[in-house]
Design a protein around this ligand. Sequence first.
Ligand code: FAD
Length: 392
Amino acid sequence: MTAGPLPADGTIVVVGAGLAGGRTCAALRQAGHVGQIVLVGAEQHRPYDRPPLSKAVLADAAVDPDLGLELDDVELRLGVRATGLDLGEGAVHTSEGDLRYDALVIATGAEPMALPGDGPQVALRTKEDAALVRAALVPGAQIVLVGAGWIGAEVATAALAANCKVTCLEAGPAPLAGPLGPEVAQRFLPWWQGVDLRTGALVDRVEPDGVRLADGSLLNADLVVSGVGVRPNTGWLEGSGLAFAGGGIAVDCDGRTSDPRVFAVGDVAARHSPRLGEPVHSGHWDEAVNGAAAVALAVLGRPAGIDRVPYFWSDQFGRKVQYVGQHHREDAVVFREHDDPEKWGVAWVAADGRLTAHLNVGFPKAMVRARAALESGRVVDSSIIARLDADL
Ligand code: FAD
């Protein structure tokens, strides 16, 4: 198959019926594509939103995370798994036969990493996982969380609200020490009041009765929730010839891969950011949503080339955390304070004085200002930004 512009009535196959895949299909129709669009999804559900799974859905069975997308003109193939890709033939192999495409969008997301051992564990990724966790959150139940990261903190919040006994095993020195660094992580420690948080705890395996630690002790559990990270769902692309970067599919700002007919978006993609000079750390809602809008235009031959500033949020222990940008270990950390101790922030500043990332708690205005500073590559004055309400 030779590369060329997508015919007006061309067939677009989108693999992965999650947030990025569903929104890509809706955006393709909105942008005027009249040809066939086929959406292939391994799950039995129409595209739904995952952030509520560790928040509202755990508290209330009536919360429906369906995205409510307009997909009437899209051929939905639910419960169908892509198993391989033949770039030369322009075909996706699936559990129900081959699908030919004129353009292909890969949006297969990420899958949680499991802990070793044959005992029961839930890694919160799907509606079914959330239903299992919710059912276990009854007063007095012993919940063991492995990993005090973003998901661990949100599940801990829900488990405390349900009057469970909550233990969290974290290998690092404090919650979120991995993504944010140990200095910033210390600020989160007081939030974990009510949780038996054990830092520096190494898990050996999950057993039928609970979690076996590396020191040989057993921690009994009614439910074990593992929140130890995810990896892009790329196994089915092995040997396809597509280029990868840092575990994800290498794409540019518009989701273009190393093959001119193939695009990737969302958690499965490693988007190169010219501003950062490196791939954006994927795994966040904003990247999937804005990436879907960008990729739809690129598929139709109208790439916008916008280098989006990465953003994500987390709701934990009654607080909203917002992070924008992408910092490096060597960046200087400037804590930002407010008269109200519940409001604070962190600015990461590079050696040349440019802001690289910003985190804020309880003060969304700071995020808006930080985003503007990041977009413009502004140099910030570290001596005056210690006040959270100061402009950047
Ligand atoms: P997904 O939503 O994972 O969708 C991928 C789909 O592809 C899945 O349905 C999968 O089954 C399907 N698939 C995989 N392999 C195949 C295959 N071979 N063939 C066919 N289909 C396949 N982000 C934030 O910024 N803030 C938050 O607060 C936040 N909270 C979250 C809470 C939870 C519990 C989870 C799980 C994620 C959260 N996120 C959050 C992250 C955000 O939800 C993801 O970044 C987003 O869902 C990524 O969308 P996606 O479409 O790329 O992947």
